[in-house]
Write a protein that binds this ligand. Structure first.
Ligand code: NDP
Length: 327
């Protein structure tokens, strides 16, 4: 069988993204073949394209999609042909119509959740789940606690605004424009700071009456790292989970001594290393989406053929919420 796919032959800019035709075979043990209905776009795709996260070439990009299972390999028991399904993978390869992939991270998609929503929410929603529910300071987050969430109007950000509100947390969101700040507030952020114009650490201290916050979730990285530490209360946790502005390189551990702070660099792929954990996390995500407390905001759609433009817009901070590639 043939499938259209997006591939790079070397790391580089969006111009390296090429539409090709690939041959797709039958699933081996532990694998499925899935025909996609929609594909999710994620910032991590840009790291894998640019080489910030290096891969062997050629590389078929993409970490998220939804579709219908066509065939299952030996040993796969949680899925069968005909099932609606969605996933956040490794390995990369979701930018295509049809693929064979490991079944481990693929979950059945509840009938009440559309294919587009499924494609947009798996990587970003499972990330929000582990950040808010599995990456906590020692005593846990309690209703009423303040947290800071950077890039709050982005894909992960708008899901986090809603999920934090549902948990009773006071999320202080940051974003690069006033319009994006309004969007974060409309999705449940308690406060929003335009970090292009304002010193966000000073504003966070004002909002919290000088106390600081329990956790800062920082996907911006290089540009926000030191300011994020300055937002913490004593014993607070900084979770650096992305590199929007570039990676955080070596830093002086002495910075943590200002408040006995903790720093972690978590990734979804450690959390979804087993089928059982992946399913438990996905069940929580499906439940909160089905309850209506979290709505998945799909703010951009691009045909798969326009993937270069999709990458350009994402990296130029032109997008809000989630983006999907349509087939
Ligand atoms: P977003 O939709 O949030 O897009 C990234 C946003 O980062 C931009 O819209 C922009 O918002 C902000 N940003 C700040 N500085 C820059 C910069 N210099 N260049 C580009 N963007 C910048 O993307 P996703 O929702 O896909 O992902 C959000 C982040 O979470 C990414 O950093 C991603 O790598 C990370 N992530 C990490 C995971 C993990 O497990 N570790 C899993 C999933 C995502 P603004 O204009 O408001 O500043």
């Amino acid at each position: 069988m043939k499938s259209k796919a997006v591939r790079i032959d070397r790391h580089g800019g969006p111009e390296e993204l090429k539409i090709v035709e690939v041959e797709v075979g039958d699933p081996g043990p532990g694998e499925i073949r899935i025909r996609h209905k929609a594909v999710g776009l994620n910032f991590i795709d840009t790291y894998q394209r640019s080489g910030l996260y290096p891969f062997a070439m050629p590389l078929q990009l993409g970490m998220e999609a939804s579709g219908v299972v066509e065939a299952v390999g030996e040993g796969v028991t949680h899925l069968k042909a005909g099932d609606r399904a969605a996933y956040a993978s490794p390995p990369p390869g979701s930018y295509c119509e049809l693929r064979v992939m490991p079944a481990k991270t693929v979950c059945r998609l509840p009938d009440a959740i559309s294919f587009e929503t499924g494609a947009a929410m798996m990587l970003k929603g499972l990330t929000t789940q582990y950040l808010l529910r599995r990456t906590l300071p020692a005593e846990g987050l309690q209703p009423g606690d303040f947290i800071v969430f950077h890039a709050a109007a982005g894909g992960v950000g708008l899901i986090a605004c809603q999920w934090a509100k549902a948990l009773g947390l006071q999320l202080i969101g940051t974003a690069g424009t006033d319009a994006k700040c309004q969007l974060a507030l409309a999705h449940g952020a308690a406060h929003a700071i335009n970090y292009s114009k304002e010193n966000f650490a000073e504003r966070v201290k004002e909002i919290t009456g000088g106390k600081g916050v329990k956790v800062v979730y920082d996907s911006v990285g290089k540009d926000t790292f030191e300011g994020s530490l300055a937002c913490l209360r004593p014993f607070g946790l900084l979770a650096v989970f992305g590199n929007g502005s570039g990676p955080v390189s070596a830093f002086n551990l002495g910075l943590l001594a200002k408040g006995s702070y903790y720093v972690t660099r978590p990734t979804l792929f450690t959390h979804i290393a087993t089928r059982e954990t992946t399913q438990a996390m996905a069940d929580e995500l499906f439940a909160i989406v089905e309850s209506g407390a979290v709505k998945i905001p799909i703010d951009q759609r691009y045909p798969l053929e326009d993937v270069q433009q999709a990458h350009r817009d994402l990296e130029a901070r032109k997008t809000t919420g989630c983006t999907i590639l349509t087939l």
